[in-house]
Design a protein around this ligand. Structure first.
Ligand SMILES: NC(=O)c1ccc[n+]([C@@H]2O[C@H](COP(=O)([O-])OP(=O)(O)OC[C@H]3O[C@@H](n4cnc5c(N)ncnc54)[C@H](O)[C@@H]3O)[C@@H](O)[C@H]2O)c1
Length: 343
């Protein structure tokens, strides 16, 4: 299959591209390499895929991987450059689009709402339009557990009401689902939205808890523990997420439980909730350092507990998440120490 992966220099996009390449697909990675967080990490991920920084820097220029010469190419492109995007689709003729590029993060959406509307709404529309005009068979895109807002019903099910998002980030993700539904209905191509639940692991995002806690503990700085630690998350290890995303891409669409449906949403998580304090304990244990904790009140836009019901993904795709928190945390810490040369 020929697959476009957007957000390929990002955390999930990098891992997904790598797995798809290893599975023998021809992959084109796209990313604008924005500076929402340390760009060195983005170039580092690309370098691991055989794309040199000097080449990756150039806008709208296709670079072929030095490690995976045939199947992997990278292009630095902004989703907002609709003409360049159209040309890419016409020239490359993709079978499937895996759309992971977005302005991520709940807290940053309080400071810079425009970035969310630009990348997540206008950018998503540009992807939909390209899929529509280039006969893309399947668009797989990232939604988020944040669409559940203050949902009290545990675990979260796709059939739960998600009409009350509590951050602009969540509102853009819910909008993506609505826009995908409209395009599937109007133009008949299949769309699958995956609601990711707190993903962590090697090459993870520096704005997320796993990374922030590890960095602070190593430097001897206090960690900010929101809602006095009274939070729970369905922490999902990156390999489990990638396994699910790749299964959704590779499996013929006809296996879906609702055979005729071209539009579908799934939760993709670990299927259990872990207490934030237990997560912190796992990091402390792996590092062998006790954290200095600074208890903070709840932040606006944040939710107390998330927990994914993933039964449908198990039924339709034999999804089987299983990485225990200790193993996942240890792999992150191993990577972190190697990457930042910390003994
Ligand atoms: N990591 C999680 O826990 C999590 C949870 C829920 C949903 N998600 C969603 O999964 C997807 C991937 O998340 P991630 O954690 O890998 O984030 P990430 O920030 O590491 O990756 C996103 C990538 O998209 C790129 N990008 C952003 N705007 C762009 C634009 N306009 N044009 C081109 N590229 C652009 C960024 O440069 C970045 O490299 C996102 O859609 C995110 O909202 C992630």
């Amino acid at each position: 299959m020929k697959i476009l992966v957007t957000g390929a220099a990002g955390f999930i996009g990098y891992h997904t591209s790598k797995k798809l390449i290893q599975n023998g697909h021809e992959v084109v990675g796209l990313d604008n390499i924005n500076d929402y967080y340390d760009i060195n990490l983005k170039y580092g991920r690309l370098n691991d895929l055989g794309i040199e920084r000097k080449q990756a820097k150039k806008f709208n220029f296709i670079t072929v991987s030095k490690i995976f010469p045939n199947p992997f190419k990278f292009i630095r492109m902004d989703l907002l450059h609709s003409n360049a995007l159209k040309d890419l689709f016409i020239n490359e003729k993709f079978d499937v689009v895996c759309h992971l590029a977005a302005q991520a993060g709940v807290r940053y959406s309080l400071e810079n709402p425009e970035a969310y509307v630009d990348s997540n709404i206008v950018g998503f529309l540009n992807i939909l339009e390209c899929c529509r005009h280039n006969k893309i068979k399947h668009l797989v895109y990232a939604s988020s557990s944040s669409v559940y807002g203050l949902n009290k019903k545990i675990p979260f099910e796709v059939s739960d009401n998600v009409d009350q998002p509590i951050s602009l980030y969540a509102a853009t993700k819910k909008s993506n689902e609505l826009m995908a539904h409209t395009y599937s209905h109007l133009y008949g191509f299949s769309t699958t939205g995956l609601r990711f639940f707190t993903v962590y692991g090697p090459w993870g995002r520096p704005d997320m808890a796993m990374f922030l806690f590890t960095e602070a503990i190593i430097k001897g700085n206090p960690i900010m523990v929101f809602n006095n630690g009274n939070m729970e998350r369905d922490f999902t290890y990156i390999d489990d997420i990638v396994e699910g995303v790749v299964k959704v891409i590779e499996t013929p669409l006809k296996i879906r439980s609702i055979k005729k449906d071209t539009y579908k949403i799934y939760n993709i998580g670990n299927n259990k909730s872990v207490k934030l304090m237990d997560f912190i304990k796992a990091i402390e244990k792996s590092l062998g350092i006790k954290a200095k904790k600074e208890m903070q009140p709840m932040q606006s836009g944040d939710v107390v507990k998330t927990w994914a019901n993933v039964d449908e993904l198990i039924k339709d795709y034999k999804y089987s998440p299983g990485t225990p928190i200790k193993k996942g945390v240890d792999s992150f810490i191993d990577w972190y120490k190697k990457y930042y040369k910390f003994k």
